[in-house]
Design a protein around this ligand. Structure first.
Ligand SMILES: Cc1cc2nc3c(=O)[nH]c(=O)nc-3n(C[C@H](O)[C@H](O)[C@H](O)COP(=O)(O)OP(=O)(O)OC[C@H]3O[C@@H](n4cnc5c(N)ncnc54)[C@H](O)[C@@H]3O)c2cc1C
Length: 334
């Protein structure tokens, strides 16, 4: 276990904010969490972080941050058509995707190049290009910081939803490993989303590695690379509205993109933000990404408070124009 005091978090948040935490604990074995329990770390305020790619750190944290470096990928059982793979929470998500593709295991290739760690994948129920982590997660092993014990939760108990899960409520749980079921044969590639099929076909063959390369190419063309421009990916969730509100907006904007759901209509937040004229705009060093207005960026030297101010301004204009309150997908951390 490594422990640092007054630890800089600039390299641990993809916005690149220059903030620090009072204590930073980095553990490689799950049992080390029990030492932290004995030391009373979990009695006060504390925060688990992975790659910091979905955090808006609003100021210095006068409490402890715990960071997993539990690194393993292990096959646990095989069925006729799949393998169950247990992965440590500290593994970089995209390293796991690359491993799965190299081993001809299907299921997560569309989730290529999403920043962050395996530990956060069930918390956020990460998703992209028509696939979500919940499609393949079978079990999540957690450490309960109240009871000082480890246990496993099946997928149903995780209550996965769009960019969320039970772990957003049960903040006393730390994810230590995740079991994914990946297909060894008969997997069907998911190419329907956006221009994925087109880019895959242009590459000549339909294999797991071609899909992975296509997804990486598409993402690089649309999304800011964290090492070049600070962001936390999509800042807002796409709102779901009821039929009445949908109709009233649709009458005014018949070209509005939308998806019909069982419980309403999902409207792309990027479209709403663009309609309010925010695309490419900035307030001081906090900006709205030119190529994708759902992404708020640090144009250099922005603070969490700058991004928060921009977030509020965008929320106000969207509420004013469409009567929709955008909620952040990013975790606000004080
Ligand atoms: C350029 C860019 C593109 C992105 N694209 C996508 C995308 O396509 N799809 C998508 O879904 N997301 C996307 N994201 C968001 C981000 O990559 C994901 O949310 C990712 O899962 C965050 O992982 P992390 O390890 O960085 O988590 P962090 O940001 O460190 O933490 C996120 C949340 O999880 C909690 N957490 C972290 N580790 C643990 C743990 N071990 N146990 C319990 N709680 C934990 C934290 O407390 C926090 O609440 C993108 C981000 C960026 C910067």
């Amino acid at each position: 276990m490594k422990h640092f005091s007054h630890y800089p978090l600039q390299k641990h948040n993809t916005f690149g904010f220059s903030v620090q935490c009072a204590d930073f604990y980095q553990y490689e074995q799950k049992e080390e969490l029990q030492q932290l329990y004995q030391q009373g770390v979990f009695n006060g305020k504390w925060l688990p972080i992975g790659g910091g790619s979905n955090l808006l750190l609003l100021n210095d944290l006068d409490y402890a941050v715990v960071h997993s470096q539990i690194n393993f990928i292990r096959s646990e059982k095989e069925t006729d058509e799949s393998v169950w793979v247990r992965v440590g929470s500290g593994v970089i998500w995209d390293d796991f995707v690359q491993w799965s593709v190299e081993n001809q295991l299907g299921g997560i290739e569309n989730l290529s190049f999403i920043p962050g760690t395996v530990g956060a994948s069930p918390v956020q129920n990460i998703g992209a290009y028509g696939v979500e982590a919940k499609d393949v997660i079978r079990e999540v092993e957690v450490y309960d910081t109240k009871d000082n014990r480890f246990y496993s939760m099946d997928a149903a108990s995780c209550r996965f939803e769009y960019r969320g899960s039970i772990f957003k409520e049960l903040k006393h749980l730390i994810v230590v490993s995740v079991v994914y079921e990946l297909a060894t044969k008969n997997y069907s590639l998911k190419l329907e989303y956006g221009n994925v099929r087109e880019v895959v076909q242009a590459k000549g063959d339909e294999s797991l590695s071609t899909v992975r390369n296509a997804i990486i190419e598409i993402r690089k063309s649309k999304l800011p690379l964290p090492e070049e421009i600070g962001s936390a990916g999509s800042f807002f969730k796409n709102p779901v509205v009821d039929a009445q509100l949908f109709q009233s907006i649709f009458e005014k904007y018949p070209s509005m993109p939308y998806y019909s759901l069982e419980d309403g209509y999902k409207i792309p937040a990027a479209w709403l933000i663009s309609q309010c004229g925010w695309k490419g705009r900035s307030i001081d060093a906090a900006g709205v990404y030119e190529k994708q207005p759902l992404i708020l960026v640090n144009r250099g030297g922005a603070t969490g408070a700058d991004i928060l101010f921009l977030m509020h301004q965008i929320q106000l204009s969207v509420k004013d124009k469409f009567n929709i309150l955008l909620s952040p997908e990013v975790c606000l951390v004080e």
